[in-house]
Design a protein around this ligand. Structure first.
Ligand SMILES: Cc1ncc(COP(=O)(O)O)c(C=O)c1O
Length: 473
């Protein structure tokens, strides 16, 4: 049950309240209303029928909200609650199986509010020591899952794109230092076509070319294929390995890629933004063999580690190389005590919210065993649904899932049928499942990361809604 209005009002009118600001006045009403909304929403959850609306429709209902005199907290929150939030997708509904959903624990969601209220500067140890200490303990849990040594270190950044950017910047810098400058043709990063699109964007930002390495018959990047690419393009200084491709949930052959890459002094970055969470799942841990020798790694806790947006854990096996490019120096920063490791030294940023704390609080609350159990639940759900699809008479499994993504087809349906079916179920709030492409073919994709998803419910929906063409539904 959410706390009562009275409990909140008394919390924000307590004896230790700070004096009203001469400019902002007494903001207790604004605080009380916002925190009450947050507490209620955190336990109630979201409406799967909520969907986007056009900017014109939103303007018609909300009007101009930024005015010289302000609307007042009550009206601003009312607009958010009744107009704005309902025009956003429910990311944590158990039947949201599209893209990569975000299904945070209630503990993590609530603690995000605490992080905001505490307003801690997380860029430098000097400003955020206690909070950074806790973040580092959560990062250490991940480093242990990777099998990395005690000196491994990391930082929480906003998302996988940002994590990939910072890691590949370090890879490029290390190559420059080790190989005595930039090659005439510039640096290149190797990856498979199945690597996440953010890596191509990052390469552009870093002025690196992308060498696409062919995948094997099972869809994996492998060491022998990388070796051939390096022979042809000696300017490759880094390889991106997918530990869970977003589209199909496949884990590249990390061990063989690491061996080949290191034999050629090529940095190995493992993009586990989605699938890296499965390191904590004993049933699939063997798929990640070799990761203990990789150089950098990312995992997005907002994907499969049950934290809210936006959060990416970026780790380096040896953090020294990272500081050599990312540490910022300026006259006004000279007096900083740099005794401990500073998060700002490990990625392209300076100011930083301590965005790892919701994960830390949830981990500290529930324990790591529960995390393993929750991730195994997603894996088990995907296997159950995949097995049912494989045995059904009206659907076909496209690939055996390695992690928790299921690709399947409905023989006889056109691309337009897939889209119509997907949209109808989304508007009803029955299930969010959107089409994707696999080997040029449009297929359907389900991503299981929410431990509350009931696979039998998903099976029932596929059974009841896919036998007839969507026009007849
Ligand atoms: C494997 C992979 N890498 C990187 C990203 C980019 O992460 P973000 O959206 O947090 O920037 C994604 C996002 O889905 C992903 O699945």
């Amino acid at each position: 049950m959410p706390p009562s209005e009275a409990a909140f009002t008394s919390a924000v009118t307590g004896a230790q309240r700070r004096a009203p600001s001469p400019i902002w006045g007494d903001e207790r009403e604004a605080v009380s209303a916002a925190l009450h909304w947050a507490a209620t929403y955190a336990v109630e959850g979201s409406d799967p029928k909520a969907t986007m609306r056009s900017a014109d429709a939103l303007l018609a209902d909300a009007g101009e909200t930024i005015t010289p005199q302000g609307l007042g907290a009550a009206r601003a929150l009312e607009i958010f609650d009744t107009i704005l939030r309902p025009a956003t997708r429910s990311t944590d509904d158990p039947m949201n199986l599209a893209y990569i959903p975000c299904a945070p624990t209630r503990a993590a969601v609530a603690f995000d509010t605490v992080v905001s209220a505490a307003n801690i500067y997380g860029g430098l140890w000097e400003g955020g020591a206690g909070a950074i200490f806790a973040e580092n303990q959560a990062l250490r849990w991940i480093a242990d899952l990777l099998g990395w040594p005690a000196e491994a270190a990391g930082v929480f950044v906003s998302g996988g794109t940002s994590g990939n950017l910072s890691a590949l910047a370090v890879a490029r810098e290390q190559a420059r230092a080790r190989r005595g400058g930039r090659p005439e043709e510039g640096w290149a990063v190797a990856c498979a076509s199945t690597a996440h699109s953010s890596n191509v964007t990052v390469a552009k930002v870093l002025d690196m070319t992308v060498v696409e390495v062919p995948i094997d018959d099972a869809g994996h990047l492998t060491g022998p294929a990388l070796a051939a690419a390096i022979t042809q393009f000696p300017n490759i200084c880094a390889v991106v390995v997918s530990a869970g491709t977003t589209n199909a949930g496949l884990v590249d052959d990390i061990a063989s890629v690491v061996d080949v890459a290191h034999a050629h002094d090529v940095w190995v970055h493992v993009d586990g933004a989605y699938g890296g969470a499965a390191l904590a799942a004993p049933s699939v841990r063997h798929l990640f063999d070799g990761i203990e020798k990789a150089d950098s790694f990312i995992v997005d806790p907002h994907k499969w580690l049950f934290a809210p947006y936006d959060c990416c854990a970026l780790l380096y096996r040896d953090p020294h190389a990272a500081a050599s490019i990312h540490a910022q120096h300026a006259a006004y920063l000279d007096s900083i005590d740099r005794g401990e490791s500073n998060p700002s030294d490990l990625a392209a940023h300076l100011s930083r919210r301590v965005r790892g704390l919701p994960l830390w609080y949830s981990l500290a609350t529930h324990g790591t065993d529960k995390y393993s159990e929750a991730i195994e639940a997603g894996l088990a759900a995907s296997r159950k649904v995949a097995d049912w699809i494989g045995a059904s008479t009206h659907l076909e499994l496209v690939l055996e899932p390695e992690l928790s993504v299921v690709l399947f087809r409905r023989p006889g349906w056109s691309d337009a049928d897939y889209r119509r079916w997907s949209r109808k179920l989304a508007l009803e709030g029955t299930m969010l499942c959107v089409p994707t492409r696999h080997a040029e073919e449009m297929v359907l994709r389900l991503a299981f990361v929410n431990p509350d998803t009931d696979p039998d419910h998903v099976i029932a929906v596929l059974d009841q809604t896919m036998r007839r063409p969507p026009a007849e539904l």
